[in-house]
Design a protein. Structure first.
Length: 257
């Protein structure tokens, strides 16, 4: 650490990981307006924030598999906070959003424009409603950022047409609800087909179409929308690669062969 620099606090590191999740890998640089904004909030330089984001990139196993090393001088606290975040997707993202709102002198309700009229005045029910809304928005932004707002099957790059789909459904796996490695950036049609088991993605990231969509007489729509993607590799995210064990679950438990 250079003279005059202060150690990063836990809250500052949580904010940095929060931003790391939300930005595409190619935008972890000092000139990004969101990097500049966070630097202003915590009283650091944009260089310092960008360097911390690259530090976290060095801890991302998805990037390590691609041979991207990132910065090599991560601190013990960097690693601790990274591990806490990645082992507690059900809690740390929401905590990070509350910390960010505090630094902004705001609330998560205001940041996410949650209508107070829709909420109980106080209590656990209110907190749970707010938490779910915030977490869903965080998951969507994190997954779309990982895939650079590109459908992993078709390559469509229109965010309004994309869904942050779950490999293992939200309703049955609380631990992985916010885990971006349980997410796919996918268009609405193929998301529905994925949920219905009409297509899957194998652990080697290959699209597999159900035999129920195949037959002697193949409609043009089925060919254009489904069959032409059979056995094609998906477009991989720049970070947070889909978890192979979760893909195996979908292949074995949800997919209709």
């Amino acid at each position: 650490m250079k003279q005059g620099q202060s150690l990063w606090t836990r809250e500052e590191l949580i904010l940095a990981i929060n931003l790391y999740c939300k930005l595409p890998f190619g935008k972890l640089h000092r000139n990004n307006p969101e990097v500049i904004q966070l630097a202003h909030l915590i009283g650091r330089t944009s260089n310092s924030v960008a360097f911390k984001l690259v530090n976290f990139a060095s801890l991302d196993p998805s990037l390590q598999k691609r041979g991207i090393k990132g910065a090599q001088n991560t601190s013990k606290l960097d690693r601790e906070i990274w591990n806490q975040f990645n082992q507690n997707w059900d809690e740390l993202p929401y905590e990070s959003e509350k910390v960010r709102a505090k630094f902004d002198h705001s609330t998560v309700e205001e940041v996410y424009q949650i209508d107070e009229a829709e909420l109980p005045k106080e209590g656990k029910v209110r907190e749970q409603i707010v938490k779910v809304r915030v977490n869903q928005a965080f998951f969507r932004r994190t997954v779309l950022a990982a895939y650079n707002s590109t459908c992993c099957i078709t390559g469509i790059q229109i965010p309004s047409l994309l869904i942050a789909g779950h490999i293992r459904p939200w309703g049955i796996d609380e631990k992985n609800r916010l885990n971006p490695r349980n997410g796919l950036a996918i268009n609405a049609l193929h998301d529905k087909a994925f949920e219905a088991g009409l297509l899957t993605i194998t652990p080697d990231y290959t699209v597999k179409i159900s035999s129920t969509l195949k037959g002697k007489e193949i409609a043009i729509a089925k060919e254009d929308y489904f069959l032409k993607y059979d056995k094609e590799k998906i477009i991989l995210p720049s970070k947070f690669l889909p978890d192979r064990s979760l893909l195996e679950y979908h292949n074995n438990e949800r997919f209709i062969p």
